[in-house]
Ligand binder design. Structure first.
Ligand SMILES: Cc1ncc(COP(=O)(O)O)c(C=O)c1O
Length: 387
């Protein structure tokens, strides 16, 4: 059998082995505390779900829609993002949108710049498509992760086709400074390469920092590709729906990709979002308050801990925190699950400079769960010797 060598060289999804082990434990009746997955613990309200029933009875809900999305839903989403309908296509989530942009702007061996700690599905997509990833490490300034824009400028070369920025950031929970994102975008515009802006967590700013609007610098969307998702906004990760904002002049090419890899985003999901969820005031407003309380709680717990170090979390619902012992993070997270039934994600999954860190999510855990889990993790690390 001949395999795609680029795929063989692509890293495995880092959470799978942890979740397999957790599943085995749960099947044996052992409860597992999950601070791993980047998911919110809310789902749409029951009224919204009930409104969906008659929609599900309509025949058209069960067929393909237009490739780019149901016209009315596209309009609705575009309106909510302050862009024109012809600049938006509906995708089966943000990962799908990212894959599409890579196919649109780059060929085999072209270089894509990502900042590490990175979102591993981005680097996996780059690897499996045979693109070259160029990893620039974020810097640590006053306990905040930030982008070194000067290093970025020097790193662009003839092969570079795109720079990826995720803000609010997965895995760090950082919200990058407006000036830094602006500078990255400017560099992309000057170099005439793609600025891929993933704002999956746009509804989860846990700070007063202003939301970055990539349209200010590039209203024609010549170089800018904005990726978004409803997975987290509405707590519907399973419905697989997101979007891509692009120049309408690129749509004919994107249509080829969309038609080939998904035809259209799931129609029940498009109708749920377009006809029901976007008509309601976002639940995420209340939920954001909950997240801010949990974030503050986690901050206190880490500041009091002996072995975990707090780093600012200004967005999303997780952070990437250093720990004080030199134990590989893969080993640490596996042992924590095996011996104490806690899932945390090893920093190593997000790049070299994320080693000796753990990503801890509070999207799926209230204060009580967090208090218990952090004390277990802290005590566990306390007993370990440096390797
Ligand atoms: C930064 C980032 N981009 C994209 C995704 C995937 O989103 P979706 O469910 O819309 O594919 C995630 C999910 O965790 C994410 O953290």
């Amino acid at each position: 059998m001949i395999f795609n060598k680029d795929l063989l060289a692509t890293a495995e999804p880092p959470l799978i082995y942890l979740y397999k082990l957790a599943q085995n434990k749960r099947e044996k009746g052992i409860p597992v505390i999950d601070l791993g997955q980047a998911i919110p613990d809310m789902i749409p309200d029951m009224n919204s779900i009930r409104q969906l029933y008659p929609i599900l009875e309509e025949k058209k809900t069960h067929s393909y829609s237009a490739d780019l999305g149901i016209k009315e839903t596209r309009r609705k989403i575009a309106e909510s993002m302050n862009v024109a309908e012809e600049n938006l296509i509906i995708t089966s989530g943000a990962n799908n949108a990212f894959f599409q942009v890579l196919l649109l702007v780059s060929r085999y061996d072209d270089e894509i710049i990502v900042f590490s700690p990175f979102y591993f599905n981005h680097t996996m997509a780059i690897d499996m498509l045979g693109r070259k990833k160029r990893i620039l490490e974020m810097k640590d300034s006053e306990n905040e992760w930030c982008i070194d824009t000067e290093e970025l400028r020097k790193s662009i070369n003839k092969r570079t086709k795109a720079v990826v920025v995720v803000s609010p950031n997965n895995p760090t929970g950082a919200v990058f400074n407006k000036n830094d994102i602006e500078r990255v975008q400017e560099i992309c515009i000057e170099s005439d390469i793609a600025f891929i802006y993933d704002e999956v967590y746009r509804e989860f700013y846990l700070t007063d920092k202003e939301r970055y609007n990539p349209l200010y610098l590039d209203s024609s969307l010549r170089n800018t590709f904005i990726i978004g998702s409803f997975s987290k906004t509405f707590g519907i990760t399973g419905w697989r729906i997101g979007y891509l904002i692009v120049s309408s002049s690129y749509i004919p090419e994107l249509l080829k990709i969309q038609d080939t890899i998904q035809i259209c985003a799931p129609v029940p999901s498009q109708r749920f979002v377009g006809e029901i969820l976007l008509n309601r005031s976002p639940q995420s407003n209340d939920y954001r308050e909950t997240l801010i309380m949990r974030r503050d709680f986690l901050k206190n717990a880490l500041l009091k801990s002996r072995n975990l170090v707090w780093k600012s979390v200004d967005g999303a619902f997780f952070g990437l925190f250093p720990y004080k012992k030199k134990i590989p993070s893969q080993k640490l997270s596996l042992e924590l699950l095996k011996t104490h039934n806690i899932i945390v994600v090893p920093g190593a999954a997000f790049g070299k400079n994320a080693e000796f860190h753990l990503r801890i999510s509070f999207g799926n855990a209230d204060e009580k769960i967090l208090a218990n889990a952090i004390s277990i993790v802290d005590n566990y690390i306390e007993e370990l010797k440096n390797e």
